[in-house]
Design a protein around this ligand. Sequence first.
Ligand code: BGC
Length: 383
Amino acid sequence: MGLVVLAALAAMVLCSCSTVKQWTGSGPAEGPMDIDVTVFGTMPDGQDVRNYHLRNATGMTADIITYGAIVVALEAPDRDGTMTDIVLGYDNLADYLKETPYFGAIVGRYGNRIGKGKFTLDGVTYTLATNNDENHLHGGLKGFDKVVWDDEPVWRPDGVGVKLTYLSKDGEEGYPGNLQATVIYVLTNKNELRVEYEATTDKATPVNLTHHGYFNLTGGKRDILGHELMLNADKFTPVDAGLIPSGHRVDVTDTPMDFRKATAIGARIDDDYEQLKFGGGYDHNWVLNKNGKIMTPAAKVYEPTTGRVMEVRTTEPGIQFYAGNFLDGTLTGKGGIVYQHRYGFCLETQHFPDSPNKPGFPSTILRPGSKYQTTTVYRFSAK
Ligand code: BGC
């Protein structure tokens, strides 16, 4: 609570405005880095949800709210320098509270699926909330995307950001241990959105935090099938019809899962390939080629009509590429844009799905005394 008051005081000192930001879609001119804190909305219990409007020295902006640690807007330049909002989401809190397929949120305590919502750790079987048929998805019924995080501004020599913290209590959604989670978003002067994750616990627990941004580098003008994607992965983890991995890692060669050379997302998405039938297109985890390095290139996306490029680097071993197959035109987002089928794509850097039940996958278990620490960077440019 003290942190919140401090943050609010800092916000009052730092910013001159106190109104709810209306997103217009046009970016500010070049100028100094800035953080503008406003009230985005109010929770049903009366708690304010703040919006951090971050502006870097090149004029790129990000808007991040304390509910769900959601990136509600991100403006990046095209090849002519025109700034456009390139993430899906809503312009008011009520819409986020009503229905969202995790637009722009941080998902946890375990991002992605845990089969049948069960796992055994140190001889004890834990039962988690199930919210995706018989499986547990993105932390359960009330995951980290549906809570209000504590916040404070972050000033760094090379960027501005927000530090968000959340204490997930022992037993929440069925998980063991009090987990203290921290996510720091920094918008750097190299046009990067840098996401730093940290967590500690007082009992052994699985942890797998990721950012669930839906990107559309056209700014929502059309679907994402023309975007050209490169994934730095020789293998992926095949799944069953419920999108739970078998535990194998399969070579992508000669399959529509091979994105080692940049390929349009739409080129093979409807191919007659069994894995693509599960999930209605791409909705899989790729095994990143780490080559012994900690921070590695994971993905690169190029949008030919605007020239926008997004590069993803991460310390994580995997990336879930989800092509927005479950978007179906029933949700209307910012600026009245109807989110049709495959209108946004997600690149969720993470450990592999269902790792707590797959001894052959890298471990996701955090123990007391250890620190969970991962970093992912999304860099934006144009050509
Ligand atoms: C999952 C999809 C799921 C979506 C929810 C993605 O991370 O892989 O299967 O439908 O999140 O919006």
